[in-house]
Structures are given as C-alpha cells and as structure tokens.
Ligand binder design. Structure first.
Ligand SMILES: [Fe+2]
Length: 238
C-alpha cells in the first residue's frame, strides 16, 4: 500500500513539526499496512526559490533517513513536492526538479478559484511539452469554484491523474458522494492521505480503502495501485 500525498517530512511546511512527529506518523502509516510513502511538502514559487526548497527538503530527508535506519519497521520514503500552481509553470524548465525523485511524476495543487485558459495552457504544456506525468492533488477541493466547468473538462481531458484525499471518502455527505462518484467513474484515481499531523489530519488511508472496497469494490483500488506502480517506477528511496 502506497500513500502518495503526505506532509510527513519534519519542519519543512505546515505538516510534521519535528522528527518525533514524523516518527509517529510513519509508525501509524505502517500500522495501517502502508509500505511506501511519498513525501510531498508544499512548494510555493512566490515564497521560496527552487534551490532553497530543495536544500530544505534535502535536510529534512536526511534526518528522516537516519530515523529509518534506526528503526527497521517504517515505510520506504520517496521525496516529491506538492507544487502550487503558478502562471507560466508549464514552460518553467526547473519544474522537473520537483518531480518525485527518479521519476517524471509531479503533484500539482491547483488554484482555489475559477480556472481559466492560462491554467489549462500550463497543464497542457507540462504534459505535452515537458512530458511530465501530472497528478492533480485533491481534486474535490476545487470543484465548487468551477462555476464554468469548461476549463475543468479540458484539464481532465488531458492524460493527467486525479488524486482525492482519503478523508473526503469518510466525512461529509456531499464531499463523500463526489469522491465516490469520481472513484467509480475513474477508478485509476489515486487515494492519498494528505496527512499533516497526528491530530485532525492524521494518516487515514486504510479506513478510506476499506470503505471504497465495500462501496465500489476491490477492483477500483487495484486500478489505482497499478497506476501508482507506473507513476513511481524508478522512484529513488531516501
Ligand atoms: Fe497536501
């Protein structure tokens, strides 16, 4: 079992505060049967340079690697980023450096506003010009802003992968109905936790997978697991 979306590296964003919280979160992932975790700290191009981000991530990954060495029972970790959309990202060469290390797979957080043609052009260029495998983070969080669905439809007409947060299958009638509908219609849709801590945003992948297996069927999980295997082929462990 793989958790593709986490804020589990210590002290780098609004996720895990320190190494002991990282340890607790990883132990909880492991308890639920997660064997691989992709660490996806937030990257905001308007707040931090690429170099600074990569340096910070490297430091956090190094201390976490020490922890993994000390304890033999924690999941493997790959490093990536949750890259917040910025205008022109489709043509920004360095965006590639934010892919999951060793792969061409990138997790993109989209604007929490009406998407426009520029947003589509950037996604188009990431996929078609830079040949990246784009995963759109927690798609359930943008939907309400798309009064005009035409750009939404165009974006998902591209060969991108949808990701939905585990919690959205578990809470709120409207959100869980949307999540189930997407997972049923597009079973390759990834389920990730987007875990930030051990409190309100804790690792909860197992619970979501159980409910999906019950309501939609194990096949839907097998499809997204197969998609994840493709996306993470050649990913390098920390
Ligand atoms: Fe996130």
């Amino acid at each position: 079992m793989i958790d593709f979306h986490t804020h589990i590296l210590p002290g780098i964003d609004d996720g895990s505060r320190d190494l002991s919280m990282t340890e607790e979160m990883l132990a909880e992932e492991s308890r639920q049967g997660v064997t691989e975790v992709v660490a996806t700290p937030h990257f905001y191009a308007h707040r931090m340079s690429f170099d600074r981000f990569l340096e910070n991530r490297d430091l956090a990954a190094r201390s976490t690697a020490e922890l993994l060495k000390k304890r033999g029972d924690l999941p493997k970790i790959y490093t990536g980023a949750e890259v917040y959309y910025f205008q022109g990202m489709g043509r920004a060469e360095r965006v590639k450096e934010l892919c999951v290390t060793g792969t061409d797979t990138i997790l993109v957080e989209m604007p929490f506003a009406q998407w426009n043609e520029q947003v589509f052009d950037d996604m188009h260029d990431l996929v078609m010009r830079q040949h990246l495998k784009v995963v759109i983070a927690h798609i359930e969080r943008y939907y309400e802003f798309q009064k005009d669905r035409s750009v939404w439809d165009e974006v998902f007409g591209l060969p991108v992968t949808r990701q939905i947060n585990a919690g959205s299958f578990l809470r709120g009638w409207l959100k869980s109905r949307f999540a189930m509908k997407v997972k049923r219609e597009h079973p390759e849709t990834l389920v990730g936790t987007d875990c930030h801590n051990m409190d309100k945003r804790r690792p909860n992948l197992l619970e979501a997978r159980e409910i999906i297996a019950r309501k939609i069927g194990q096949d839907a999980l097998d499809e997204s697991d197969a998609r994840l295997d493709q996306l993470l082929q050649d990913a390098e462990e920390i």
